[in-house]
Design a protein around this ligand. Structure first.
Ligand SMILES: [Zn+2]
Length: 239
C-alpha cells in the first residue's frame, strides 16, 4: 500500500480508510494529506492544514517528483503566511524549503454544511473529503473531514485536526496550544470540533497525539467528558 505514495516523501500510510479514499497522516512530520484513488490508478491531492515547518515538509520533493499532484491551502492562510515568506519564517514556517515560485491552489468555499460549519471546502467532488475552517493556531488553519468506507459496508467519519489541537486531552479540556495566533479563535475552533463530535460519531485524529495511530487503526470515537473508550470500533450507516 505504501508503494504508490513513495513519490510524495516519507509519510507513512497508517491505514486505508476505504478502497476509494486513503488518508496520509504524518505523525513525525505532522503533515496532512489526502489520497483519492478512484480506479487502480492513484490520484493524489495534498492538503496543507497550514504552512508551519513540521506540516509542510517535503513540498519541494513533491513538486519535483509529482508535479501533477495539486497542493491546497486556504486563502486566508496564504494571504497571511504564503505571500509573506519572511514573516512566515518568523512564525515557524520554513519558506527556504518551499518549492521555487511556490504557488499552491487556493481552496474555494462551498455552501456544503459539515456539522456545525455552514461552509466547507470540497477536496473531492463527491464531498467524501472536505476541509473546514479551524483558525486560531494560525490564520486560515484548516482541518479535514473524511467519510471512510469500512469493509462491512458501514462508514466512519474521521476528523484530522492538524494543529487545531495537539491531543485529545487538550481538546477535552479546551486548552488551545501555547503558541497560537489567536487564543479566542482557537477556543472557538475547539468548541466547533466538540460540537461536531456530539452530532456525529467522530474519530478525532490530532497530529501530535502519540495515540493517533491507534485511534485511527481501531477507529476509536472521541467521547467527551470521559476517558477514551477502550478500542471500540466505531462506524455508522450515515451517508
Ligand atoms: Zn502549527
Amino acid at each position: 500500500m505504501e508503494a504508490p505514495l513513495t513519490d510524495i516523501g516519507k509519510w507513512p500510510v497508517l491505514e486505508a480508510l476505504s478502497k476509494k479514499l486513503r488518508v496520509i497522516l504524518d505523525i513525525s512530520h505532522v503533515s496532512l494529506g489526502v489520497v483519492g484513488s478512484l480506479t487502480l490508478k492513484w490520484s493524489i491531492t495534498r492538503v496543507l492544514s497550514h504552512l508551519h515547518g513540521d506540516h509542510a515538509g517535503g513540498l519541494k520533493d513533491l513538486v519535483t517528483e509529482a508535479p501533477h499532484v495539486p497542493i491546497y491551502v486556504s486563502r486566508e492562510h496564504w494571504e497571511a503566511f504564503g505571500k509573506h515568506p519572511f514573516y512566515a519564517g518568523i512564525q515557524g514556517c520554513t519558506p527556504q524549503h518551499w518549492p521555487q515560485d511556490f504557488a499552491p491552489n487556493i481552496l474555494e468555499y462551498s455552501d456544503h454544511a459539515v456539522g456545525p460549519w455552514k461552509q466547507s471546502y470540497n477536496i473531492t467532488s463527491d464531498q467524501r473529503v472536505v476541509a473546514v475552517d479551524t483558525p486560531g493556531h494560525v490564520p486560515g488553519h484548516i482541518s479535514l473531514v473524511v467519510y471512510g468506507d469500512n469493509d462491512d459496508g458501514t462508514r466512519t467519519v474521521y476528523f484530522l485536526t492538524g494543529d487545531a489541537t495537539y491531543g485529545l486531552d487538550l481538546l477535552e479540556t479546551e486548552e488551545p496550544d501555547g503558541i497560537n495566533d489567536d487564543p479566542e479563535m482557537a477556543l472557538q475552533s475547539l468548541e466547533l470540533i466538540k460540537e461536531f463530535a456530539r452530532q456525529t460519531d467522530l474519530v478525532v485524529l490530532p497530529s501530535h497525539d502519540v495515540d493517533t495511530p491507534r485511534l485511527l487503526r481501531e477507529r476509536v470515537a472521541y467521547k467527551q467528558n470521559t476517558q477514551q473508550a477502550p478500542a471500540t470500533q466505531v462506524s455508522s450507516a450515515m451517508g
